[in-house]
Design a protein around this ligand. Structure first.
Ligand SMILES: Nc1nc2c(ncn2[C@@H]2O[C@H](COP(=O)(O)OP(=O)(O)O[C@H]3O[C@H](CO)[C@@H](O)[C@H](O)[C@@H]3O)[C@@H](O)[C@H]2O)c(=O)[nH]1
Ligand SMILES: [Mg+2]
Length: 194
């Protein structure tokens, strides 16, 4: 951390259960040169990784569908979300994490994912940075059914969708997850599928 316009005074932990919520009290030097004291609540759930699996011959992508409580609390009527495969890094590096998540959630063993970029999804409130990947998949790479870890109460449906149908699902509102939109549009822009 190096910004001479920022001085952190103290950090008060507000919650520390599954993840961590801190209230940060800091002084910030404005463009006029005045120091202002501010508070910001910062939710720390670690970093994550996400991957779009695509098949340029079949013109398909692999997506997942699962119940997401935070969306259920905010106008997503059945709480179900269609997303690219993703997970939290926990103790792993991003590449190890995404290969593990791909196999656990989708059943595909991916050997050489391509790293694209790192993105803060909600920079005003959440510390999380997501590492984005893509990888070509083929039927031979499918080693299992995926579905996630029963021990973590994951119940993940694996969807293999035509690429154009997936793109259409963004405008129809059936896909409304930021990381999924980012990766599908990356594939469209770079003509990974037709
Ligand atoms: N008991 C308990 N379990 C939790 C809680 N929050 C999460 N979990 C468990 O932790 C698992 C985390 O699964 P991952 O596959 O590692 O993460 P994810 O939830 O799929 O993906 C998250 O990370 C993505 C990338 O960072 C995010 O984009 C996505 O929104 C999501 O939060 C969840 O399936 C769930 O079982 C909680 O508050 N309590
Ligand atoms: Mg996941």
């Amino acid at each position: 951390m190096k910004n001479s316009k920022v001085k952190i005074n103290y950090i008060k932990n507000l919650a520390n259960d599954w993840y961590k919520l801190d209230k940060v009290n800091f002084d910030y030097k404005t463009q006029k040169g005045e120091w202002q004291t501010q508070n910001r609540e910062c939710y720390d759930r670690g970093d994550g990784a996400a991957i779009l699996l695509y098949n340029s011959t079949k013109n398909t992508v692999i997506l997942t569908k699962q119940f997401r409580m935070p969306t259920y609390l905010n106008a997503n009527s059945d709480g179900m979300m269609i997303e690219v495969c993703a997970g939290l890094l926990d103790e792993d590096d991003p590449l190890t994490c995404i290969k593990k998540e791909a196999e656990e959630e989708t059943g595909y063993q991916i050997n050489n994912p391509t790293k694209l970029f790192e993105i803060y999804s909600t920079p005003g409130a959440v510390t999380e940075k997501i590492h984005y990947f893509i990888a070509e998949y083929s039927d031979e790479m499918k080693l299992g059914n995926g579905g996630g870890l029963a021990s973590e109460h994951e119940e993940i449906e694996v969807l293999e969708l035509n690429f154009n149908k997936a793109i259409h699902m963004i405008s129809s509102g059936e896909i409304k997850d930021a990381k999924t939109v980012i990766l599908l549009q990356y594939a469209q822009l770079n003509k990974l599928c037709k």
